[in-house]
Design a binder for this molecule. Sequence first.
Ligand code: MN
Length: 239
Amino acid sequence: MRPIIGLTTFTESKGASRYNCLNSNYINAIVEAGGIPVIIPLVKDEESLLKYINIIDGLLFTGGEDISPLCYGENPIKEIGAIEHERDAYEMFLFKEAYDVNMPIMGICRGAQLINVALGGSLYQDIYSQIENSFGHSPKGGPIDQAHHMIRIENDSKLYNIFENETIAVNSFHHQSIKDLGKGLKATAHSYDGIIEAIESMDRNFILGLQWHPEAMVPKHEIFTKLFDEFVKQCSKFA
Ligand code: MN
């Protein structure tokens, strides 16, 4: 059965109008893997969000702006980026509901950080000012499907089973990263400067967070389709 997969969104102003948005790459990657994407609007009403949880078989937390440091008990440092409190609250709510029913969850970039924070973990608000000798994780310009740095994948992990490789080259568009891990999570990939580049749940069927952007790599780099194939497979099993 083809699973229905919920995708989270953000809002953005253009001129006098405010739009509820999502990068099409996420939609395309899910469609290519055989899933049926459902775009979840950024609404406050919890009854509506619960209805979406009942409809979907899997949940994908997408990339975006910084999560408010207040969500992990910190005040912001001056390097913090744009924050959207409504998005933080809506995604935290969706995560907790999906987590409670053991629904397959994948988080990309901000989405991985969201999973970690929702489970009580914390973030480096800005790796350049908070981690000594970190290398560049946000190249200036260039195509989004260009590999930027290598990551090392732990042998004993879902990620290793998916890629069957200890090292892969990934793209990178983040200035924050996971610091303290949330409850039940383990780090399953790191960049060579020690940044956590993937997390997985040890006590749920399938919760996977990735600090890079596989949905942007998919069209040109076939290896990344394996990730979405596995996610969609897990969601079919849950359906
Ligand atoms: Mn990176």
